[in-house]
Ligand binder design. Structure first.
Ligand code: AMP
Length: 221
């Protein structure tokens, strides 16, 4: 399967992509994770990206494109789930051209829908284990007490100022991408409110629809 998860920050794209990766064997390709790895390693790319990521802005230019394309090629152009790419109309065109050139177009773009107030709550209460990358939520999934508290951090871009900026950027630069996939019948909206398992079942229902021979990609949400 070749799919992308779409939606504003905090809707659970990373969580669902991880579940899809574990249960369906899809390669989880997250440009955000790749950028944070470069930042943690202190590479020139990471240092440059940090200026944008920590402020909640999109990393400009072709850097992210190259990261995503290399990961897709490494996955063999199939069995992957994109998380956080494409995030602009330009990136969507790059991606479509790249995948079409390898005869491997996306089969579904799943847009996860969550009200803004839930997003702000999720992001401001999100904590991350900097060693494993595991995400926690202070109320619903608190970090286990036996983990060294120094390992549990708040992402700089999960602070209130950066959250506001990220939502603003999402609306102006990322949301228009939906239209591209809507027009070719590949966009599916799923409700992102509920438990991780509930949301996962909704995504699975879309994937079953898309892979059923009768659908031939014409089904809309
Ligand atoms: P995420 O982990 O997906 O929330 O991404 C974290 C941050 O990485 C974003 O707020 C951006 O600064 C940067 N980033 C991730 N993916 C992209 C992308 N496709 N284009 C530009 N910047 C990105």
């Amino acid at each position: 399967m070749r799919i992308a998860l779409f939606g504003p920050p905090g809707v659970g794209k990373g969580t669902q992509a991880k579940m899809l990766s574990e249960r369906r064997g899809l390669r989880h390709i997250s440009t955000g994770v790749m950028l944070r790895e470069a930042m943690a390693a202190g590479t020139p790319l990471g240092r440059e990206a940090a200026r944008y990521v920590n402020a909640g802005k999109l990393v400009p230019g072709e850097v992210v494109r190259k990261l995503a394309e290399a990961a897709i090629a490494d996955a063999g152009f199939d069995d992957f789930v994109l998380d956080g790419y494409p995030r602009t109309v330009e990136q969507a065109h790059w991606l479509n051209d790249f995948l079409n050139a390898h005869d491997a177009p996306l089969q579904a773009v799943i847009s996860i829908q969550v009200p803004d107030e839930v997003i702000v709550d999720r992001l401001s209460k999100r904590r991350v284990d900097r060693v494993t990358g595991e995400n926690y939520h202070l109320d619903f999934k608190p970090p286990p007490p036996d983990i060294d508290p120094d390992r549990i951090i708040q992402r700089p871009d999960d602070r209130p100022e950066a959250i506001r900026k990220r939502l603003e950027v999402y609306r102006s630069e990322t949301l228009p991408v939906e239209r591209i996939y809507e027009e070719c019948g590949k966009l599916f909206r799923v409700d992102g409110v509920g438990t991780m398992e509930e949301v996962y079942r909704r995504i699975e229902a879309v994937l079953e629809l898309v892979s059923s021979p009768a659908s031939s990609g014409r089904v809309r949400s």
